[in-house]
Design a protein around this ligand. Structure first.
Ligand SMILES: NC(=O)c1ccc[n+]([C@@H]2O[C@H](COP(=O)([O-])OP(=O)(O)OC[C@H]3O[C@@H](n4cnc5c(N)ncnc54)[C@H](O)[C@@H]3O)[C@@H](O)[C@H]2O)c1
Length: 395
């Protein structure tokens, strides 16, 4: 839970590559920016190669190293386990940690299958009864402009929502010689663009609108079906290895139409083949009284159109979301001194530590993670059934 005197929150982080580095940045900085109720200690980083893990721990600011995640879960100085590994290990690690009474931050998507996600949500529910907290890492909720968009929608500023339009576009595997990294294998990643980046826009749009997706018509496509087996580096900028090839077992692109439970209709596009688009998230919401639009490449801004204004002077206004009255901003810099992508994780950690300190459940919960998994599952079932209308199983 926390240290015996209740003042220290010791963190054990599993995996230290891309997300591990981003989370380390957040654990290092959250208490320097925000007034947190607990003293965060970066107790231990876990990686399977001791030498490499020790080098990473020194660079990222962790006090010690373990090479087996089970040892992290068992340590008395670890009160919260931060899971930054591929989806295939989320279930086992989160279940062990929660059962051992450790709070858990688990990267998205919560799991690779609905069955795993359901089991994790059940374990989390049981742990909650003894004050053990859990949260899924849908960090894009914590872009101040996105959080602010949700507030505008909740305040009725766009009225009744009719359209939701969401895209998450990347291009890192356009080259057919890009190697077969874990993200391209179903047994490790669950799905491809769908779970990796589609999951983010499912969560983001449901968060902003306060509505949930009830059914979908979907198309999945895998453009490059075989790729060279990877060399030593297997991250987003990996290089090819021996020349031998293996099968790509996930989607390269996921497109779907959806209906939301508040009456809106939605379009979603998630792809790693949008040549020239590096990490582009765009979301637009059109309602009876106004519209909002967000673009991650301009993440300090939110476009807002107030449809109740005089038509002659009506138009999208660009709100610079850096005022102290905007979400998260009071603790940062003077207005106009903008934030970046890394701060989404700082905000995630801030919200999580505040919830743990207050004895409350953070959001998004493992149930929220399961609900996103049910949407992903409906997308896969629809695509396998020639795009037929497919209901999302209710929680
Ligand atoms: N929130 C986001 O924006 C975002 C972005 C990228 C990835 N992710 C998610 O974060 C997770 C990790 O992705 P990544 O990009 O950091 O992957 P990565 O390949 O960069 O890093 C994964 C790390 O996990 C380690 N690992 C794997 N199995 C392990 C085990 N059993 N014990 C210890 N370490 C182990 C690997 O060695 C590696 O260090 C995935 O669930 C992914 O979907 C989230």
């Amino acid at each position: 839970m926390s240290s015996p005197d209740g003042s220290v929150l010791g963190i054990g982080m599993i995996g230290y590559a891309f997300m591990g580095a981003a989370h380390s940045h957040a654990w290092r900085n959250a208490a320097r920016v925000f007034d947190l109720p607990l003293d965060v200690r970066m107790a231990v980083l876990c990686g399977r190669n001791r030498e490499a893990a020790a080098a990473a721990a020194a660079q990222l600011g962790w006090e010690s190293v373990e090479t087996d995640w089970k040892a992290v879960v068992e340590r008395d100085d670890v009160h919260l386990v931060d899971i930054c590994t591929p989806g295939s290990s989320h279930g086992e690690i989160a279940t062990a940690a929660l059962t051992a009474g450790k709070h858990v931050l688990c990267e998205k998507p919560l799991a690779n299958t609905v069955a795993e996600a359901r089991s994790m949500a059940e374990v989390a529910r049981a742990a909650r009864a003894s004050g053990v907290r859990s949260m899924v890492g849908f960090n894009y909720r914590r872009v101040p402009a996105v959080t602010f968009a949700r507030q505008l929608v909740a305040d009725g500023r766009v009225g009744e929502i009719r359209h939701v339009r969401a895209q998450y576009l990347q291009d890192w595997i356009v080259d057919p010689e890009f190697p077969l990294v874990w993200r391209l294998k179903a047994d490790e990643a669950g799905s491809g663009a769908l779970g990796d980046i589609g999951a983010h826009i499912v969560d983001l749009t449901q968060y902003v609108t306060g509505q949930r997706i009830t059914g979908v018509n979907a198309v999945l496509e895998t453009f490059v079906r075989e790729r060279p087996l990877p060399g030593a580096s297997a991250g987003l900028s990996a290089s090819g290895g021996s020349g031998e090839k293996g099968e790509v077992t996930v989607d390269d692109a996921a497109l779907f139409l959806g209906r939301l439970d508040g009456g809106a209709v939605a379009t979603y596009e998630a792809t790693r083949f949008a040549t020239g688009r590096k990490n582009s998230i765009r979301v637009e919401v059109n309602g009876s009284a106004g519209s909002i639009a967000f673009d991650l490449e301009r993440l300090n801004e939110l476009e807002f159109l107030d449809g109740t204004e005089d038509a002659a002077t009506q138009g999208f206004r660009r709100i610079l979301v850096t005022e102290p009255t905007h979400p998260y901003l009071a603790a940062w810099w003077p207005p106009g001194h903008t934030l970046g992508w890394a701060e989404t994780f700082t905000h995630e950690v801030k919200d999580l530590v505040e919830a743990v300190g207050a004895g409350q459940d953070p959001a998004p919960s493992f149930e929220d993670g399961l609900q996103v998994q049910l949407v992903l599952d409906a997308v896969q079932r629809s695509a396998a059934d020639r795009g037929c209308w497919t209901e999302v199983e209710a929680l």
